[in-house]
Write a protein that binds this ligand. Structure first.
Ligand SMILES: *Cc1c(COP(=O)(O)O)cnc(C)c1O
Length: 365
């Protein structure tokens, strides 16, 4: 699905030198590289604060903690997403309220969110699924109307942009109160282990985020709130510093591959190409087709036999997961998510796909 080795070969000298510098400095935790990376990423995104943490799931958890949400508070999130989005809500004793997604963009809609709002709703966690931004103009306006926090799950959308109707352009993850991302190796901007970050323009929230990520400690061994231990290590920061200057090229390479797939499947009634929503660019963390009238699982096996990997993101919506069973939700409640779970098929998508590989993948399909 990805070719991290091919990508590494091209930036090997910068990555190796950065890692060696960390080893020579022995500042493995909270070294200067982490601060440098936070500053460079903040500049790239056009956001005031970036706080690097241990992974994207931690980023989501710390975001909800920083907002001071209390057990029983409801957090709205799409049912068609990676589990982490709802997991942290449940872990904090908050109540996940799931909603359906749009069939074409596969992202959560402002309308579905608004219908799910109750007097207990405190926050919305839109997921910019597969690399394109959800309808942030609509979602932010619903949030404003009902006085709700917005925490963007931008774990898959790093490097994509959103243009508001007034012409303002924002980087994914910088539009809500807090944005969260992941640097898992296969993500758009991936390190060589685990990593994540939170983004915010709010000075006070940024300070709370830093304190929570560091055991709730501002002054050493004085713990003013309950926190966690979550940090990006310096070696990962060195890798990310070497990769960040290439992020835009990486996104363009993904977009070129997506363009090739789109041309190949355009108009094919069996394989519906992903639709890009209004106002957003698509960073194509995943290139995901919807297979209609095709035995998707048999197709996937046949592809595997030809050496073409294909993955199903995600086979079971949150409301149908065992751990998230809830008497409020029944099969059929979220028809788009349930249909997508049966139809989606993600093709290989990464920065190193060449024409020969793309031809082979499309030909095999
Ligand atoms: C990857 C991902 C996460 C979690 O990130 P980790 O770094 O693996 O913890 C959360 N949400 C979404 C949508 C993701 O794709």
């Amino acid at each position: 699905m990805v070719d991290l080795r091919g990508q590494y070969e091209k930036i090997k000298s910068a990555v190796d030198a950065g890692i060696q510098e960390v080893i020579d400095s022995t500042q493995f935790v909270k070294g200067g590289k982490v601060k440098e990376f936070e500053q460079q990423l903040a500049e790239y995104l056009g956001v005031k604060h970036v706080v690097a943490v241990g992974n994207g799931t931690d980023a989501l958890q710390i975001a909800l903690m920083a907002l001071g949400l209390k057990p029983g508070d409801e957090v709205i999130t799409p049912t068609f997403t990676f589990i982490a989005t709802a997991e942290v809500v449940a872990l904090l004793g908050l109540t996940p309220v799931v909603v359906d997604v749009d069939y074409d963009t596969m992202c959560v809609t402002a309308e579905a969110i608004e219908r799910a709002i109750t007097p207990r709703t405190k926050a919305i966690v839109p997921v910019h699924l597969f690399g394109q931004n959800a309808d942030m103009e609509g979602i932010l306006s619903v949030a404003k109307k009902h006085n709700l926090y917005v925490v963007e799950d931008a774990c898959q959308s790093m490097g994509s942009r959103y243009t508001f109707s007034d012409g303002r352009v924002a980087a994914s993850g910088t539009m809500g109160d807090i944005g969260c991302t992941s640097f898992f190796p296969s993500k758009n901007l991936g390190c060589y282990g685990d990593g994540g970050a939170l983004f915010t323009d709010d000075d006070e929230l940024a300070q709370r985020i830093r304190v929570i990520a560091n055991h709730g400690m501002e002054v050493r061994y004085h713990h003013d709130m309950v926190g966690v231990n979550s940090r990006l290590d310096s070696i990962q920061a060195a890798v990310l510093l070497a990769k960040l200057p290439h992020l835009d090229e990486y996104i363009e390479a993904r977009q070129r591959a997506a363009e090739y797939y789109n041309k190949a499947f355009e108009g094919d009634a069996r394989f519906l190409i992903p639709k890009v929503g209004r106002g957003t660019t698509h960073a194509y963390h995943q290139y995901t087709l919807r297979c209609v009238g095709v035995d998707r699982d048999a197709l996937r096996e046949q592809l595997a036999a030809k050496g073409v990997p294909a993955m199903i993101y995600y086979p079971i919506p949150l409301h149908q997961q065992k751990a998230y069973q809830d008497p409020r939700y029944k099969a059929g409640n979220f028809p788009m998510a349930e249909q997508l779970a049966k139809e989606v098929l993600s093709l290989p998508m990464h920065t190193e796909l060449d024409l020969e590989q793309l031809e082979y993948i499309v030909g095999s399909l």
